[in-house]
Design a protein around this ligand. Structure first.
Ligand code: HEM
Length: 403
């Protein structure tokens, strides 16, 4: 019998039904048979071993700017817009360090901790708006929470929250998607224009009346005599929206699903809410909202026994790394008391997620408040469906019952 060829291209993205249903089974096969897998369709090398992913992400020399990737490779072709400065996520040094240091203060653990009471208020407000016995957890609970929190951090009028949500959903659907349709690209371009216009107006009015919010801080930001330009502030706001909203929504959604699918774990958390921190880390490991990150080889590199040339796209599978059985005993088991819950879900090295502490805080508070309000929470009759967005993992809808 001839083994089926290893999957490539679309089959390794959430656009493929089999991958969407169980990415971990597909990725396990890659890790077992070709831990450095050349995806000749999308022109990238996919890494699925924990240690390989970790070492690429933490390599201080590799590049992130898609304009440095070889023509035709995944990163250059799908992420490299030659006319625009990339966001911080895709910048190299020294520009990346400069920008990151100018905006990182509000995201340190101590600064984020100050947002706990405001976050609890937002969650209570969102919970009190739910009045039916069955509801869609994504649309009515996990979706609004991060949007409202980040909008409040930026000092944006609450009336704009729904637009914010829509903008970030549209942007995420296309940002890492090599199979974007013409209509989706057009919607993303229009969204980008709306966001630019919106933030440009906000900056103009805020300059006249600086407040105690993140956008005012960015306008004020001065470090080593440097300031952020208007374009940089707008780029940064876009990145915060795109990087932070859908991901945190998915973290809460994936977490509640993992708990409902594992009633003994749910029961344990109900009895011992102090396990919430470990629970959120285990959710991040078990079902990460971001499945992939990437870098560009800056030299001939040999990670995992497969030499790749300078300029090649390196795609690091965070989802696969988090389920590597050589690191995690029984990796497909959801165990909120797992001793080693370290994971790659926030990436690593210079580009490690800036919003990690905020995402953790929101998920911890959201899950605890939801369980406290609904002692009988269970799967709803209308079920759930995973989103078809490459590099992200979350649900389009997820109905839960409160009775
Ligand atoms: C569960 C939620 C989240 C997940 C899973 C997540 C995941 C990630 C990942 C994988 C990266 C790339 C890291 C790398 O390549 O090494 C990243 C970068 C980033 N994330 Fe997050 N993120 C989340 C929430 C947030 C939030 C709430 C914010 C801000 C409000 C945020 C802001 C950023 C920024 C600004 C970067 C770029 C950092 C840089 O390039 O230096 N993220 N995130």
């Amino acid at each position: 019998m001839v083994d089926s060829p290893l999957p490539e291209g679309i089959k390794l993205t959430a656009l493929d039904e089999q991958f969407r249903d169980d990415p971990y089974a597909v990725l396990r096969r890659l890790r077992d048979e070709a831990p450095v897998h050349e995806d000749t369709e999308l022109k990238r090398f996919i890494y699925t071993r924990h240690d390989d992913v970790r070492s690429i992400l933490r390599d201080k020399e590799v590049w992130s700017d898609p304009r440095k990737a070889n023509p035709g490779t995944f990163t250059r072709q799908f992420l490299g817009n030659e006319d625009e400065e990339p966001s911080m996520l895709m910048m190299d040094e020294p520009g990346h360090r400069r920008l990151r240091s100018l905006v990182s203060k509000p995201f340190t653990p101590v600064a984020v901790e100050q947002w706990r009471p405001r976050t609890q208020e937002v969650i209570e407000r969102v919970l009190s708006s739910i009045v039916t016995e069955e509801f869609d957890l994504i649309a009515q609970f996990s979706g609004p929470i991060p949007t409202v929190v980040i909008a409040e951090m930026l000092g944006i009028d609450p009336a704009m929250h729904e637009d914010f949500k829509l903008w970030s959903d549209i942007s995420v659907a296309t940002c890492f998607n090599p199979y974007t349709s013409a209509e989706e690209s057009q919607a993303a371009d229009e969204t980008n224009q709306s966001l630019k216009k919106f933030f440009s107006n906000e900056i103009a009015s805020r300059r006249k009346n600086l407040g105690d919010d993140l956008l005012s801080d960015m306008i004020r930001a001065k470090e080593a005599e440097e300031t952020l330009t208007e374009d940089e502030i707008i780029n940064q706001c876009n990145l915060l929206l795109i990087a932070g909203n859908v991901t945190t929504t998915d973290l809460i959604g994936n977490g509640v699903k993992a708990l409902l699918d594992n009633p003994e774990q749910l029961q344990k958390l109900r009895e011992r809410p102090e396990l919430i921190e470990n629970t959120v880390e285990e959710i991040l490991r078990f079902d990460s909202p971001v499945t992939n990150s990437g870098r560009i080889a800056n030299r001939t590199m040999d990670v995992g026994g497969c030499p790749v040339q300078s300029g090649e796209s390196l795609s690091t599978s965070l989802a696969a790394a988090n389920h590597d059985e050589s690191v995690y005993p029984e990796p497909d088991k959801f165990d909120i008391e797992r001793e080693d819950t370290h994971h790659q879900s926030f990436g690593g090295g210079r580009h490690q997620c800036l919003g990690a502490h905020l995402a953790r805080l929101e998920a911890q508070e959201a899950i605890l408040a939801l369980l406290a309000k609904y002692p009988n929470l269970s799967h709803g009759e209308k079920g759930f469906e995973y989103s078809a967005i490459p590099s992200f993992r979350g649900m389009r809808y997820f109905w839960v019952s409160t009775t």
